[in-house]
Design a protein around this ligand. Structure first.
Ligand SMILES: Cc1cc2nc3c(=O)[nH]c(=O)nc-3n(C[C@H](O)[C@H](O)[C@H](O)COP(=O)(O)O)c2cc1C
Length: 414
């Protein structure tokens, strides 16, 4: 019987353990988590979502405070179009976050950054270009282009000296999305180095509609791999979403996948950014408490725990401090939903907004508990103490459980 460790992911001459820890935004996949994956010979992701906030937390910088100071006069204004990101500061924050992580890297693995392109930041193209080139400048090993995949992203990087040597990957949930991307970026004469195929059971945003349950990861991976073979394109495929045990991973690797991307199992790791009390909610979640809804202003369905404080919260939009989801006109669907409720309840201090949520504030505060479908199985991966709480695991333990387990077994901490 095979184990994940019987397989290797090959990037040119480089050999890696075929386990990728997926990006989990706003600093849920921390530098510490990514560093562990790299130390153990796999691939870890940091995320550049809300990078100024993350830099402030890690390095005591004052990016968010400075931005709020600049735009404080606009807080009560419903029109947020004046709120812009300072591109110099955006580059500086990205370089700090990425650069310090890369300096700390040990071991034979790699560290990639997950770049969620749906963070349009009131100037989609300009801010994306800065985020990408700052990450390249700071020495990142690879960039995974995620939700909101901008078909022109490769072109935004093509003048960078590292464009042809850095690893570039994309996340897709259908063959069609991959075909579109390849057609659009053909002009840059550069294929992705890997394609993450994310199925409907993943955490975070889903690349499906509310009919996500009709889709199946293995089927989508099969379609993409058949098409790539017919086109004579050799691009490593990395399935993601609901791969919970080493044996789940082996099933994909035996079918030709180059590696697997996993995340949910690591939400209860010591190195993960979620606060310890929130991690207990993940451990204790029942299947009924895991839902896919449409409250994310990105327009994509998102999976989360029903107990997330973000659900129904009617806080004032915080775009002067954050504003990562403002589109190119300075709009966000949460602002509209919030204003509708304010108009309907004149004079009421605390309103509830069910339709959308203020993603920036709630992700920043770890109040939007996004998670994968199998979160309800996390309780089977640890020991319950006498106080009813579960033991937090180390990333090393979880990584090696994926790497060495057989027979769908999950090793408990010793
Ligand atoms: C808490 C959490 C946050 C996530 N955030 C992001 C994100 O910011 N960007 C992204 O591309 N994927 C995100 N994902 C998806 C993961 O990177 C990964 O592809 C997926 O969850 C793998 O499936 P699994 O969780 O069942 O192992 C997130 C997943 C989780 C569990």
């Amino acid at each position: 019987m095979k184990r994940v460790d019987d397989f290797r992911l090959h990037f040119g001459k480089q050999e890696l353990v075929p386990i990728v820890i997926g990006g989990m935004g706003v600093d849920i996949s921390t530098a510490d988590l990514a560093l562990e994956a790299a130390r153990l010979g796999g691939i870890g992701h940091i995320s550049d979502a809300m990078v100024k906030t993350v830099a402030d937390r890690r390095f005591n910088t004052k990016f968010v405070k400075d931005k709020l100071k600049l735009y404080k006069y606009n807080v009560a204004n419903t029109d947020k179009s004046v709120v812009q990101f300072d591109l110099g500061q955006l580059a500086e924050a990205t370089k700090l976050h990425v650069g310090r992580t890369m300096e700390a890297k040990r071991g034979s693995g790699l560290i990639f950054v997950n770049c969620m392109e749906k963070l349009t930041m009131n100037a989609p193209k300009e801010t994306l270009r800065v985020r990408l080139s700052a990450a390249l400048d700071a020495g990142i090993d690879g960039i995974t282009l995620a939700a909101g995949l901008h078909l022109g992203s490769f072109a935004l990087m093509e003048d960078h000296p590292r464009f042809r040597d850095v690893k570039l990957g994309i996340i897709v949930s259908s063959l069609r999305a991959l075909q579109l991307f390849l057609r659009k970026s053909a002009r840059t004469n550069r294929l992705p180095d890997y394609v993450v195929v994310e199925g409907p059971l993943a955490g975070g945003h889903l690349g499906f509609g509310m009919d996500w349950a009709k889709f199946d990861l293995a089927t989508i991976v099969g379609e993409i791999s058949t098409w790539l073979a017919a086109e004579k394109l050799d691009i490593p495929l990395i399935p993601a979403g609901g791969i919970f045990t080493g044996s789940d991973a082996v099933a994909f690797l035996e079918n030709g996948a180059a590696a697997v991307q996993v995340a949910t199992r690591f939400t209860v790791a010591k190195e993960c950014g979620l606060p310890a009390d929130v991690q207990q909610h993940y451990f204790k979640a029942s299947e009924e408490e895991i839902v896919v809804n449409q409250i994310s202003p990105t327009g994509y369905p998102m999976r989360m725990l029903t107990g997330s404080p973000a659900i129904g919260s009617g806080i004032r939009p915080n775009c002067e401090a954050y504003g990562y989801l403002l589109d190119s006109n300075g709009s966000c669907s949460y602002i509209d939903a919030y204003n509708r409720q304010v108009a309907l309840h004149p004079g009421v201090k605390k309103i509830s907004v069910m339709e959308k949520t203020c993603m920036c504030t709630h992700m920043r505060n770890f109040d939007l508990w996004t998670c994968g479908h199998y979160t309800y199985r996390l309780k089977d991966t640890s020991r319950k103490g006498e106080d009813g709480n579960y033991e937090i695991l180390t990333a090393e333990h979880i990584f090696q459980d994926y790497q060495y387990s057989v027979d769908n077994k999950i090793a408990l901490p010793v």
